[in-house]
Design a protein around this ligand. Structure first.
Ligand code: SF4
Length: 384
């Protein structure tokens, strides 16, 4: 038996350490723990994340004895692709199985000069936003760092692009898939660390974006350890409406959330950063001109750009997508007020890859759709 000195191995001798999710510092700690030189960490990171190698036996600059030692205590195990679908517009979606049988989804959206990978952080989600298909599943578990960075690894692998010299297959990452990333803080921070790490994916901090629905204490904590870009899912210009759409607002209302975002931006060394405010437009709920005016007023001294996302329908929701005219009217009010405003075009429509549709092959475990329907029937959502 090899000497197993890492904590995980001591607790569960049969479990190998999955090297896929270890940051440079964690990998160095791992090698020091097993009595090896810490520079081995750099070599292994490059094998895994630059070359896409999962077989430790193929890591030829490690030496035979070290490879044999590693084979006994470690592994490089990405999550498993269950299905891959390609949209006619080039969007590619993967359903990915993780340990325990849960499913998550990742989506790559190619555009003219970049390709953005939307990555999941949890199996399901506990926050129950009323317009979100993931929220309908309830929460199953947090993804490990290996399962989060594994989505980036799988995306590149699926294009056979690790050593193909094809340029960057993934140029941007948004933590905007299934789950609330700030509720899986440590694993998300480790995975984002690998996204930025030159020995792994080497993305610029501007090209990695964490999107949160507003877990304020965790956002305050993030400001101390990360410099990635920030997006906030606002979706409403006032607390009464946001309480209905994004229930965590009852705990951390808009004013508190915006203050936390402001502090996050202020903590960055790059003083030109702004927050992306995401606003899903739902017909007859939050898409009226009055809402746009209220939003313009709310954000008047907030460093931001605004991304409008026309609601994408899905089976378990009675919400409707607004008309093109309603989206234009909303957009115009904000532009007239001086904001930079983008409207997210729907991508991957034919494979259900659009924002808010990432439900995968999972069941509604908590009967949330039913509860939302009942709530919608009994509630009048005030417009304006
Ligand atoms: S919108 Fe995000 S935070 Fe809200 S339920 Fe969906 S996955 Fe969770």
């Amino acid at each position: 038996m090899p000497v197993m000195t890492t904590e995980a191995v001591e607790e569960q001798p049969q479990t190998r350490v999955n090297l896929l999710g270890l940051t440079l510092a964690q990998m160095e700690g791992f090698f020091l723990d097993i009595g090896e030189k810490k520079f081995r960490a750099q070599q292994v990171l490059k094998w895994i994340h630059h070359s896409g190698v999962t077989d430790i036996g193929e890591m030829t600059n490690l030496g035979v004895a070290l490879r044999e030692k590693l084979l006994g205590i470690a592994e490089v195990r990405p999550p498993e692709i269950v299905s891959q679908q390609d949209s006619i517009d080039g969007t590619r979606k993967w359903v990915i199985r993780v340990d325990g049988g849960g499913m998550v989804e990742a989506v790559l959206i190619p555009e003219a000069k970049r390709a953005t990978l939307c990555v999941s952080s949890q199996v399901g989600c506990s926050l129950d936003c009323s317009f979100c298909s993931t929220g309908k599943q309830g929460f199953q578990r947090d993804l490990t760092a290996a399962e989060i960075i594994g989505q980036v690894w799988l995306a590149i692998k699926s294009y056979d692009a690790f050593q193909a010299g094809n340029g960057r297959i993934v140029s941007n990452v948004v933590m905007m898939g299934m789950g609330e990333p700030l509720l899986n803080f440590d694993n998300v921070v480790s995975a984002m660390d690998l996204m930025l790490e030159d020995l792994a994916y080497g993305l610029s901090k501007r090209r990695v974006t964490l999107s949160t629905s507003g877990v304020v204490p965790a956002l305050d904590k993030l400001a101390k350890v990360s410099e990635v870009s920030l997006a906030v899912s606002l979706h409403a210009p006032n607390d009464a409406l946001r309480n209905q759409l994004v229930p965590i607002n009852r705990k951390y209302p808009i004013k508190v959330l915006l203050e936390s975002c402001r502090n996050y931006i202020a903590a960055q060394r790059d003083k030109k950063r702004v927050v992306t405010v995401e606003y899903t437009l739902i017909a007859g709920v939050n898409d009226q001109v009055e809402h746009a005016r209220e939003l313009a007023e709310l954000l008047s001294d907030f460093p931001c750009k605004i991304n409008l996302i026309p609601f994408n329908t899905f089976d378990q929701s009675d919400y409707k997508r607004p008309s093109g005219n309603a989206v234009s009217r909303f957009w115009q009010v904000l532009v007239d007020a001086g904001y930079i405003v983008t409207v997210r075009t729907t991508r991957g429509d034919d494979i259900n890859a659009a924002c808010g549709q990432l439900v995968g092959q999972v069941v509604d475990r908590t009967r949330r759709s039913e509860r939302h329907r009942k709530a919608a029937d009994s509630q009048i959502i005030h417009v304006g």
